[in-house]
Structures are given as C-alpha cells and as structure tokens.
Ligand binder design. Sequence first.
Ligand code: PLP
Length: 423
Amino acid sequence: MSRDQIIFDLISEEKERQTNGLELIASENFASEQVMEAAGSILTNKYAEGYPGKRYYGGCEVVDQIEQIAIDRAKALFNAEYVNVQPHSGSQANTAAFQAVLKPGDKILGFDLSHGGHLTHGSPVNFSGKLYKTAFYGVERETGVLNYDKIQQKATEVMPQLIIAGASAYSRDIDFKRFREIADSVGAILLADISHPAGLIAKGILNDPMPYCHIVTTTTHKTLRGPRGGIIMLGKDFENPFGEKTPKGTVKMMSTLLNSAVFPGTQGGPLEHIIAAKAIAFGEALTDEFLSYQIQVKKNAAALAASLVAKDYHIISGGTDNHMMLIDLRNKNITGKQAENALVKADITVNKNMVPFDDKSPFITSGIRIGSAAVTTRGLVESDMGVIVDLIDEVINNFDDETLLEAVASKVNNMMKDKPLFA
Ligand code: PLP
C-alpha cells in the first residue's frame, strides 16, 4: 500500500500549527510522546468486548493486563473504589452513567449550557435533553458565581432523580459537599463531571468530589493531559444512592450497572490503544512532576486573569480558581466570533463562548474562553502571561487590521520557537 501523503502532509501542517502557535483553548493540552506512541500502537487492531478476565473475544491476555493497569492507576490517582476506563469520550462516560441510574423521562438538574455547563448536562440538542426531563441552575448575574441556596430551591421545586455538578466554563471551585446535601434533601443521585479540572483535583489543588458524589465522570485529555477519552469512577465511601428499597451491595451493584451501561449498553469494543495511553497518562499524573505542573497551571491562569483585569477585561466571577476563565467582551465592542477569528490569524487559538445572560447566539457569542493547561505544558510561566495578554489586547483592539495580526503572529511564533511540544 502506498503511503497516504495527502493525510500525512496535513498532519505535518497541523503539527506546525500546534508548534508555532499559542494554544489557549481551555479544554486542550499536549499529551506526552509516550501517550501518543501508545495511542498509535498496534493495540488498535484488537477487539476486546467485555472486561479484563471476562471477554467475548480470544487473545485478550495482553490487553487484559493493560486495561487492569489503567484501572489500578486511575483508582490510585483519584482515590476511587471503582473505575471504568472504556468510555471513548467524556460524552460517552456521561451517556453510560445516566443510562446506569436513570430511565427515559426521569428528571435531571444540570448547569445551564449558556452559563458554563456542558451539552451532555441536559441541552435540548443532546441525548441528555431528549431522553430526560431537564431543569437547570446557573450563575448569579451580578457575581458570576453559583448560588447554592438557589440550587437548593431549584432542586426542591424540580425533585430531580439526578443532579450534575460540573462545568465546561466555570472558573470557580465547586462545593461538592453542599451539592451532596442538596441531592440528599431531594433523594437525587449526585454526579460530578470533573472533565475540565480533573488534573487539578487529582493533585489535591481543588475540592475533591470523591467523598461526596455518587458517580464521578471525567475526560482524560484536558488538564489530565492524556489521550482523548473518558472514565467513570465511584468513590471509596460509596453509599447506595437508591436508598433502602434497592438491593444492597453498594459499590458492587453500582459497578455492575455502570459496567453494563458502558458495554453493552452504549459502546462495543473498547479502544485498547487509547486505554494503554490512558494508563501511561495516569502513571505520569501520579508523579510529583505532575503536581508541579498543576501548580503552575493554576498560577498561570491566575496571572492571565490578573493581567486581563488590569486591561479592563471583564472576567466572569472576576477571576479564577482553576485553569480557565470566561471573558465577556461586550465592553470591548467585539463579538466572541470576531475575537476568535482575529486571534487565530495571530496564531493564538481560543474558542468563542456564550457568557451568562448572553444576548448573542451560540454562533456569535459575547465572549471567549481561555485556559492555561496547554501553554503550561509548553513551559510558559507567570511572566509570560502578561506578554500573552498584551498580544491578545493588541489583536482585540485592532481585529480588522490584517498587517497588525500578521505582526502579532510573528511575535507569537518567536515566543514559541524553542518551546518543546511535549511534556
Ligand atoms: N463534560 C464536560 C464538563 C466537558 O467540558 C466535556 C468536553 O468539553 C465533556 C463532558 C465531553 O467530552 P468529549 O468531548 O470527550 O465528549
């Protein structure tokens, strides 16, 4: 077979883009070389429906060991009692978790998408909004932060079967203990979706959902810096979320429900090449080096926020506790879409994002979301964040000046030229 030069040339082009640019998309990161090597390995050839030791295919002796190592490392990393490492993505993890504990028509209460939630937390265009009855909580207009008393009120009004704590664009730490009190008061199951801050949570930098949430899902490719994928976990002190009426056996019962919801409920064969890459990423995340990385991620985000505020950018909630922030650009007379397009021309990648109480459509938006995980992997530190904000500000103030955008791109390329792509 001849080499598919068309695709490999495009991959080289993408590598150039990633190498030369400033990656500020809050959900992206650069996985290590060994993570990518595993993801591109011959394990892609193997079918392994089922779970280690209980497969529907022969020849699974090796992948059984790999999957078990991935499970054991994830358990150690998050202090979990049970982990399913097979979900192909964060959305798949949520799909399976919902399927395990809900029936179609049940009620779910999630973070409003336009306030920072995720599509899978009940959006009408997603399975979660089509299969289940949805209700939402959001942030306060004045402060941009969650008001737990109002979430309690909403829960009491709606009486949901499931409450989802977690977000795609919320820069403050989440009070999982308070969420559990709310869930208990209405007899709901509490699911934490920690897709974004998982790396910071794993290293103890943010509140830990494990002691409080019945189910925890996460992606593996954002702050966790692994391959694209998802996992589902149960904490150590897991209690039976179905109360007295359901069979005893707690973790065992829930893990059986979750395992069958992943396979055969919502997926077929697991991606063992990705599971191997997850195992490597979890191994990396267990090191002290990863703790230093997460500390730097948080410091860099705080430095970005401080520099932005100093230039009169309106950050929702006024700052950040984690790796990201949402910027409302309405005082800068530019839409999220215009800002994203101009920044891309200057080799700075961000995504346009709705801001709470946005008056523009999701295709236009009033804001952008930025995060520090990827630039921190490239080795940038707090002193670089002010420079980045100066560049962003130049672009936003001159977004239709093509010559200036090109000049900023050269500065960006120069800044990134000796920064390694891999951790
Ligand atoms: N949950 C949250 C909170 C997310 O931010 C995301 C991705 O952005 C997901 C779930 C879904 O992850 P994936 O894109 O892997 O399906």
